[in-house]
Design a protein around this ligand. Structure first.
Ligand code: ASP
Ligand code: MG
Length: 412
């Protein structure tokens, strides 16, 4: 059994869907479960749509745009719109009425999954004409909590449901299902966080004891930096689960951060390869960590540096640090870089307006807070002496840290 994941870029037009079908067909007799994201930039559009609808504003323009985009692809692939697709289009329209009644996070999870539901309906309808395939509703298998927009998987229920509902179908024919979505105990749709389709693939690989999990992308494999930022990037042929987990921790957007753990637990190899050029081998991620890894560069913009200073002249001791960390945990904030001194604790996080407001509210009483935004963070993993030359020359360093393996610098 193989799990294939195709992201939005791979199905952004009819040609992409045909290419997907070609790839799946070329695996012939193998059992394949195909996990598909929303088409192109549909999720972004749905996010705009849900904002408007939730605020009670007119959303017809963006809704029509989303519908037209799917119709154009569907018409290019076949003469009529698949019934399954029309069902979800209708359900999207119905969901948008009275949306303001709901909490914004719940409203989001009622609307945004339609991107995946519509995309898989079109993809599967076409795939059916090429290979025997079946559409599967991921929400009937992936059970989550009610942490809407960033839901956590209930592994016990999910594993049971995948084995009982998905496995028998997948033994018979190619299955097409949605990435990114699940449902809670009451049957509400939930989402796993942006770019969560990789994670879905990994959950299914784990529960089905798959032999392999392939993520088909528009890049030849995992590169050691974002080629839009750095020149002369190199591709990894092999990486260990651990190495990739660390890369995602520092913000490398190679794969959804939660993807590695389930497949690593069962030693299921993950292959990242190009849907554009199938001759290329891609990058294989496995438990093998014998190869020496070249430096990896990660750049993150929009960073906020928060400095908390004690109000009296006592030290920034463990108790006070504990208090700050508790607040960050409560707000679900991840620290990207931190440093302490006698009287201060400074930490750098991804800037989000409402989170920085909450930090102020919760820590103002005990600390003098200062904020500096619009900073950049560069990380070099496995640095070598000459890798520092690749960092921007004109940077003003705000904070830096160096360990045996890694270098991080926050700069303006
Ligand atoms: N469609 C979702 C997103 O764009 C999930 C995914 O692509 O993995 O975030
Ligand atoms: Mg995507």
């Amino acid at each position: 059994m193989q799990i294939f994941k195709f992201g939005g870029a791979s199905v952004k037009d009819a040609q992409g869907v045909r290419n997907l079908a070609d790839i799946v067909s070329s695996f012939g007799s193998k059992k394949v479960v195909v996990v598909v994201s929303a088409m192109g930039k549909t999720t972004n559009k749905l996010e705009e749509l849900v904002k408007l609808a939730h605020a009670g504003l007119n959303y017809s323009e963006i809704l029509n745009e989303i519908k037209q985009f799917h119709h154009d692809i569907a018409e290019d692939l076949s003469k009529e719109l698949p019934k399954n697709y029309l069902k979800f289009e209708e359900s999207l329209e119905n969901t948008l009425n009275n949306l303001s009644e709901y909490d914004p996070m719940l409203a989001y999870d009622k609307v945004v999954p339609h991107g995946e539901l519509m995309s898989t309906s079109l993809v599967e309808a076409y795939l059916k004409t090429q290979v025997g395939s079946e559409w599967f509703d991921a929400r009937s298998a992936i059970r989550t909590d009610q942490y809407f927009t960033e839901a956590n998987v209930d592994w016990v229920v999910t594993e049971k449901q995948v084995i009982n509902l998905l496995k028998p179908v997948a033994e018979e024919r190619v299955v097409v299902t949605q990435g990114f979505i699940g449902s809670d105990v009451e049957g509400n749709s939930t989402t796993l966080g942006r770019e969560g389709s990789d994670y879905t693939g990994s959950i299914l690989a784990y529960c089905l004891n798959a032999d392999g999990f392939t993520v088909w992308k528009d890049v030849p494999g995992i590169l050691n930096a974002d080629p839009r930022i750095l020149e002369g990037t190199e591709q990894y042929k092999k990486l260990s689960y651990r190495e990739v987990t660390e890369m995602t921790y520092y913000g490398a957007q190679v794969i959804h951060p939660k993807t590695l753990k389930p497949i690593a637990q069962k030693s299921i190899p993950l292959i990242v390869r190009s849907f554009l050029d199938r001759k290329l081998e891609g990058t294989t991620i496995s438990s093998d960590n014998t190869t020496k890894t070249i430096p990896c560069f990660v750049f993150k913009g929009n960073q906020l540096l928060v400095t908390a200073q004690v109000k009296d002249h006592s030290f920034m001791d463990e108790k006070k640090l504990g208090l700050i960390l508790q607040v960050l945990d409560l707000l679900n904030i991840k620290i990207n870089l931190m440093q302490n001194s006698a009287l201060t604790f400074s930490f750098c996080i991804d800037y989000k307006e409402f989170k920085s407001k909450r930090i102020k509210e919760l820590l103002n009483r005990d600390f003098i807070l200062s904020f500096e935004s619009e900073l950049n963070l560069a990380t070099i993993k496995n640095y070598t002496p000459d890798s520092f030359d690749k960092l921007p020359w004109d940077r003003t360093v705000i904070m830096e840290q160096k360990t045996i393996n890694n270098y991080q610098v926050l700069y303006r």
